[in-house]
Structure formats: C-alpha cells, structure tokens
Design a protein around this ligand. Structure first.
Ligand SMILES: Nc1nc2c(c(=O)[nH]1)N[C@H]1C(S)=C(S)[C@@H](COP(=O)(O)OP(=O)(O)OC[C@H]3O[C@@H](n4cnc5c(=O)[nH]c(N)nc54)[C@H](O)[C@@H]3O)O[C@H]1N2
Ligand SMILES: Nc1nc2c(c(=O)[nH]1)N[C@H]1C(S)=C(S)[C@@H](COP(=O)(O)OP(=O)(O)OC[C@H]3O[C@@H](n4cnc5c(=O)[nH]c(N)nc54)[C@H](O)[C@@H]3O)O[C@H]1N2
Ligand SMILES: [Mo]
Length: 733
C-alpha cells in the first residue's frame, strides 16, 4: 500500500497521471483504427535463468493483447509467471520517464520530478567524468542486479570508462559461487545436463523444479518413465525428492560430508573408476584418505541421512553412466558453499562419467561464445583487459576475496558499506538495483545514501532502493527490446518487439548511449542496440542480425563448436590444445592447486554450519523458489500472482509445529541473533525436515527476512552471504 501511495505522489508531482496507461483500458480495447494484428516474439525474463522461455504475442498497433507459447523456441512452455507478464508490461505503476530527486537525501519525500533524457544523460555523464577525474575510474561503480540481459553493454561501458568496479548480483550471490566450485574442479563451469538415452542414473543436486522452465520437469518425468534412476540431494522433500529412487535428505550445508561418505563406499567396495581417476584427476589418493573417516555411520551423524541410504545411493550411482544437475545457487549460499559444491559434483569424476555417452557432457561451443551470456561474443567485453594483472590487483575486492578476484571478472560488492566508508566508491551506475538482495539491507541502503551520486534503471520505481539515489531511468521491458537475442547453447533467436511505452529505453541503449557521451561513439555503435547485435552476430560465419530476424519464428544455429565425447583426450578442453583439463595440474582437481596457491584448504572438506542454540533452534533456508514468486519483483508488479500469495509464509515440519504449539495459518514471528521479529504466516508441511524452516526473501517492511541475516559469516572463497544457514526462532505472534 505504501508503495502505491508514494508512487501516486510521484506522478502527481510530475503531473503525469494522465499519460500513464491504465491497465484495464489497455487490456480491454486496442486501437480500433490500427492495422490488423501482427505477431511479435520475445523472451520471458521473469526468472532470469538462461535460456529464457519464448513468448509469442499478438499485437494491434503498439498494443499486445494476447500471448502464447512460441512453439519453434527451444523453451516453449510458459509458467504462471510468464503468463502474467502482460500485467507487468501494462502495470499502471511502471516507470516511464526519467526522474530526478529535488529534496536532499534522507527527506521523507525525495521530491522526484520528471526530467528529459537530455538532462538525465548530461547530469550523469558530467558526474561520471568529474568523479573519475577527482577519485579515479574505479570510484565509479557499475552494477547489474538480477537482470542478466543488460550486462554485456554495461560491462563494456565500465571497461571503456576504465573502472574494474563492475559488480552484479552474481558477484554478490547466485550462480557464480557454484560456478567457481565447478571451475576449480574441472577448469570450466558445468552446471550439469539432462539424462540421455544412455544415462542410467540422474543425480539432482539441490535443484528445485520450481526454479526451472516447465520443460525441465517434463524432461525429468520422461527420464523417470524410461527407467533412469533418480538420486535427489536436498534437505527438503521437493517434487524431485518425491519421484526419487533415493532421496538423500541431508542437513543444510553438509553436502561435503555426504559426498565423502559416498566416496568412502565407492572406494571400499571398489566401485569407482580407477583408470579414469589415475589418468585424469589430481589428488584423488589424498581425498580418498580424507574420506576414510566418513563411514556410513559417521556420515549419518553429520548429515542426518541414514547410513543404509548412503550405501544404497553409492551403489546406485556406480551403476551409471550418470549425470548430475546442480543448483544455480543454493549450494553456494552457506559458509562452506564452494567446497560443498566441489565435493558433491566430484562424484562424477570419481565414477569417470566425464564427457562420455550418457554421462556429463562438457560442451565446446562456437569460438568466442560465452556460456550463459546469451551467445554473446567475448569481444563485446574485452576479457584481456579484465584479465590483465594491473586490473585484477587494483580491484577493490582483492584483499577480501583473493580467489574470487583471481578467477572472476566481476568485482565482489559485499563490502560495499566499507568501501563507501573508506571513500573508495563515490558514484553508482545501476541497472535493476535492489538493496534488499543483501543481508542487513539497511546497512547497504545507508551506504548508497552516502554516495556523491547514484542512478538506477528499472521497470518500476522501488522506493526502498531508489530513494537512496539521485536519478532513476525507465527501462524498456522484455516486450519492448531487441537486445540481447536469445541463446540456447549455440542456437539463437531474434525478437520482434513493441515500441517502448512512455519514454522507456532499452537497457542496452542506455548503456551504449552513455558510452557515446563519456567515450567514443564508435566504441558504442552510435548507441544503437541492433547495430551492436549485428556486430556481434557477424563474428559468427554466415550470421547477421538481418538473417536472424528474417528467420523468425525459427531459431538459428551459430556455426562452430566441437561434437563428440572425451574431448579432454583430443585437446579441446584447454586453450593450448593439449589433452587434459584447463586447471593448473591439467587434470580434474580433488586437490585444488588454485586454492593451495592462495593458502586455502585445497581438498573439498566438510566444515560445520553455524551451530543451532537453545534460543535459535531452527535453520532457516531463506529463499527457496516458489512457482509464482521471483525474488523481490513479482509482489506489486503482477497482481495475478499476489492472488496466490500475498504475504511471507514459512514452511515448518509438523513435529516442530507441535513442539511449539503452532498450527497451520498461525501468524508467527521469526527472530535471529541479528534481527527480527519478522512477521510470517505458518504452513505446516513435511516439505521441510525437522529442525529446518523454509521461506521467501523479497518481502519488505516487517516481512523482510534479510533483516535476520548476518554479514559476519560468509563463504571465504566467494564472500557470498549465508542465506540458507542462519539459526532462527519461531514463536506465535
Ligand atoms: N535471502 C536470500 N537472498 C538472496 C537469495 C536467496 O535465495 N535468499 N538469492 C540471491 C539470488 S540467487 C539472486 S538472483 C538475487 C536477486 O536479487 P535482485 O537483483 O534483487 O533481483 P530482483 O528483485 O529480481 O530484481 C532487482 C530489480 O531489477 C529490476 N529489473 C528486472 N529486470 C530488469 C531489466 O531487465 N532491466 C532493468 N533495468 N531492471 C530490471 C526489478 O524491477 C527489480 O527492481 O537475490 C539474492 N539474494
Ligand atoms: N519461480 C522462480 N524461479 C526462479 C527464481 C525465482 O525467484 N522464482 N529465481 C531464479 C534464480 S536467480 C536462481 S539463482 C534460481 C535458483 O534455483 P535453485 O537453486 O534450484 O532454487 P532454490 O529453491 O533456491 O534451491 C534449490 C534447492 O536447494 C535446497 N538446498 C538448500 N540448501 C541446501 C544445501 O545446503 N544442500 C543441498 N543439497 N540442498 C540445499 C533447497 O531445499 C531447494 O529445494 O532460480 C531461478 N528461477
Ligand atoms: Mo539467482
């Protein structure tokens, strides 16, 4: 409610109310004078997992009035969030004009008023140049929150501006923690794959089917139907756990102990792939020695998984070939995240299921194409510049997270409050910025308020975050933009969009146009996203934007890439073309030479989570995905979804509820050593085990679970917060 009131005030102050389309009008009638219907194509960006799900829409004039699955798109089933996207496009609260604050920061009313793009750009560019002049380029921070689509041109802007303070939600949290684990192991990221006709066992590691496109779940069911055995590793009794042959229902953060227990059995019963391990891996003997102590009984003590299930799982896994799917995030959101990920995913190497038929593929795509970056080409961001020692060493995260700094080109922003305190960052350039991504968000919000200058681009005005800034810019929504094109491995698809409403602009255009002002226009394609896409596509033989566009509704396939199995034998996994893997030892590393070089424990060892206490006796998984919620976004933006759930709810096991005298529907209060009380409504369910509760982050005010989280405990390798580890208490309100 407060959000809407503030929002109304915002429009009144700019005398804009009349210009904002009302949702009802737009849905009810399209322009009667407009031509016949035309068909548009775009991608749903609700979850921001790549690859996105395709949307086909029907429009008259510039108004989309109906959407459907885009059949030719490789991801062509929309879910509840996808079907609700027109509500977001035509939401009357959308931000449609650049705005600037007219009252000092900290005022109850920021006094947002509409300004022209010209004024916005001139103000921002002048601040960027002056801040660089006075404090150096890296005092200007570039940031993209969960939105993944705008990232490439923003990173390019940071590069030409000369700032390594390029941060994203992926350097704060999310997928890159697991990616670091995978890369330490294999020399390349590998989130896993789907079972094929030859696969016998599928290990679903900490993966929630609600986080995936609908097609993914259909794939799992089909695999199950043709006899693939399923091992699910998850503390919660998810859908994937329900259909599993073995559900390893471990305690949060004990994956490394579980993996050691399984390895113990594989070695003891001589089930592992000795030949593969000897030839292609590094440090197995040391790891096997570490696993000696992890007898099934000892492993049960730590993980809570019954000893016989551990043995059963090991024997089943050995019946492979097997393949895993790994979580995009949840393994990495505790204080031993990277090592837990490393340990679990190493089970693939121990069995030798590496790039073999039915096992885990190691795809080699077209040259220059970045994985998980919408098929974009390396040249877009100039990796050599980011990789140069003089950039890495001077980067702001060097001391706090040296391993991360060494491996990743995005700077870890979790020490942002300390940077601001020390005067290291003075200006903020943000796309999709939500301060409530962080634990103790108020600490971050205050730091943003202290900056000399900040702006953010967004679909909506978000008072909780934007009121700490100076300018907000309206971003065109997925229906209104060309860039980036969609990518599904090497397959790529163009969009056919609407014109942006109001004065909204594509994120790409905003970044490229700013680049034209603060740098040379020729480096930024004269500000034109389509020109930029064309430049990227022509790097792949026979491709261009015009060609991709003409193919619609079909998708194209970029040329190049290497087919076949065991590509590590033929030198395709390493840049120097030698056989092996792209790690320091040239092999898959149980003992990580990178970690060793940084003085970090090189084996993926178990480390206990923060202890539960008498007062805080429940572990809180703060953020498991639900089918109708995405992060902070879906709450006000898509009212259909609010009809399903309009407040924070938490899941609690019936035994825990009984112990506390709580029942389904009770209003409860959650507290931790760092904050609370947070208000929630109780769901009593076997979805969570005893001793663990689950809930959603992204609610604000007195339902904001991030206020319970701690900045003190982090994963030492990534600096990621421990969203899934914090001990809490739950009492009746
Ligand atoms: N407790 C807890 N915290 C978590 C997590 C958790 O599981 N638990 N998960 C972490 C993870 S994995 C993630 S990904 C983050 C998500 O964290 P956030 O970055 O906070 O994600 P959102 O709330 O989805 O989006 C942020 C803002 O971007 C805007 N936006 C969306 N799309 C676009 C776009 O294309 N362009 C522009 N300009 N703006 C856009 C939205 O309107 C919103 O205001 O949270 C992290 N924080
Ligand atoms: N509907 C929906 N879909 C989304 C999103 C969304 O907000 N809503 N967000 C998108 C984004 S940005 C991301 S990063 C992904 C996240 O996608 P996922 O990682 O698949 O989603 P989560 O539900 O956070 O976590 C997956 C599972 O990990 C389990 N888990 C938690 N801690 C541990 C642990 O220590 N060990 C093990 N083995 N399991 C554990 C949880 O119980 C949960 O079932 O989802 C994407 N898709
Ligand atoms: Mo994420």
């Amino acid at each position: 409610m407060t959000v809407q009131l503030t929002r109304r005030a915002l429009f009144e102050s700019a005398a804009l109310a009349a210009l904002v389309p009302s949702a009802q009008n737009v849905f009810a009638e399209t322009d009667p004078k407009a031509e016949a219907d035309w068909t548009g194509y775009t991608f749903c960006d609700s979850c921001n997992h790549g690859p996105h799900c395709g949307i086909k829409f029907h429009a008259r004039g510039n108004t989309a009035h109906r959407i459907e699955n885009w059949a030719e798109n490789p991801n062509h089933f929309l879910c509840s969030k996808g079907w609700a996207t027109l509500q977001r496009l035509y939401n009357p609260n959308r931000l449609l004009y650049p705005m600037k604050r007219t009252n000092p920061k900290g005022s109850a009313d920021p006094g947002w008023v509409r300004i022209s793009w010209d004024e916005a750009y001139k103000t921002i560019a002048a601040k960027m140049l002056a801040t660089r002049e006075k404090y150096g380029a890296k005092s200007v921070m570039f940031y993209a929150g969960d939105p993944k689509e705008p990232r490439a041109p923003i990173q390019r802007l940071a590069r030409y501006f000369g700032s390594t303070t390029w941060c994203t939600e992926s350097s704060a949290a999310c997928r890159s923690g697991c990616l670091v684990g995978e890369t330490l192991n294999f020399g390349v990221e590998n989130i896993g794959a789907a079972p094929t006709a030859k696969t016998k066992v599928f290990m679903i590691c900490a993966t929630n089917c609600w986080s995936k496109p609908i097609g993914w779940w259909n794939m799992v069911l089909a695999a199950k139907a043709r006899g693939v055995k399923i091992i699910t590793v998850d503390p919660r009794r998810t859908k994937a756990a329900e259909i599993a042959d073995v559900h390893l229902q471990l305690k949060v953060g004990t994956d490394s102990a579980l993996a050691a227990g399984i390895t113990h059995v594989l070695v003891k019963e001589n089930l592992y792939d000795k030949a593969f391990v000897e030839k292609w891996t590094h440090g197995f003997a040391e790891y096997a020695k570490y696993c000696e102590a992890f007898t099934p009984e000892k492993t049960e003590e730590i993980t809570g998984v019954p000893a016989e299930k551990i043995v059963e799982a090991a024997r089943l896994w050995a019946k492979g070939p097997g393949v895993y799917i790994s979580t995009p995030q949840s393994l990495s959101h505790n204080s031993n995240g990277v090592q837990n990920t490393r340990a679990l995913l190493m089970l693939i190497a121990t069995m030798g299921y590496v790039d073999v038929e039915g096992g885990l593929p190691f795809p080699v795509g077209p040259k220059g194409m970045r994985l998980h970056a919408f098929g974009l080409h390396d040249d877009m961001i100039d990796p050599a510049w980011w990789d140069a020692p003089e950039q890495r060493e001077a980067r702001l995260d060097r001391e706090a997270v040296p391993v991360w700094n060494h491996m990743m080109d995005q700077c870890s922003p979790n020490d942002f409050p300390e940077w601001v305190e020390a005067g290291k960052v003075r200006m903020f350039c943000g796309w999709g910025f939500n301060v409530n991504i962080w634990p103790q968000p108020e600490t971050y919000r205050k730091a943003f308020e202290k900056l000399d200058f900040g702006f953010a681009c967004d679909y909506f005005y978000r008072p909780a975050s934007h009121d700490a800034l100076d300018i907000i810019l309206p971003a065109a929504i997925n229906y209104e933009r060309y860039a980036p094109y969609g990518a599904y491995g090497p397959r790529v698809a163009a969009r056919r969009p609407l014109k942006p409403l109001g004065e909204a602009k594509e994120d790409w255009r905003i970044a490229l146009e700013l680049g034209c002002i603060v740098d040379k226009p020729e480096n930024f394609f004269e500000g034109d996203p389509v020109k930029c896409l064309d430049w990227i596509l022509t790097k792949y033989e026979g491709f261009s934007w015009a060609k991709l566009d003409a193919m619609l509704p079909k998708v194209g396939t970029l040329p190049g890439g290497v087919k076949g199995f065991r590509k590590y034998e033929t030198g395709h996994m390493r840049p120097d073309g030698k056989p092996g893997f792209n790690t320091p030892s040239g092999k898959i590393e149980y003992v990580s030479e990178v970690l060793k070089a940084f003085g970090v424990e090189p084996l993926p060892k178990f480390k206990p989570m923060m202890p539960l206490t008498k007062e805080f006796d429940l572990r809180f998984i703060n953020g498991t995905r639900k089918p109708y919620i995405t992060h902070s976004k879906t709450r006000q933006d898509q009212p259909y979804l609010m009809e399903i759930e309009d407040r924070l709810t938490i899941d609690m096991n019936p035994k825990d509820a009984e112990k506390r005298g709580l029942k389904e529907g009770d209003d409860v209060l959650i507290r931790s050593a760092w904050g609370g009380p947070v208000k929630a409504r109780l769901t009593v369910t076997i979805l969570v085990p005893e001793g663990t509760i689950g809930g959603q982050y992204g609610w604000l005010g007195d339902m904001n679970t991030q206020t319970l989280m701690t900045r003190e405990h982090r994963d030492p390798i990534t600096g990621y917060p421990c969203y899934f580890e914090v001990p809490v208490s739950v009492t009746k309100a």
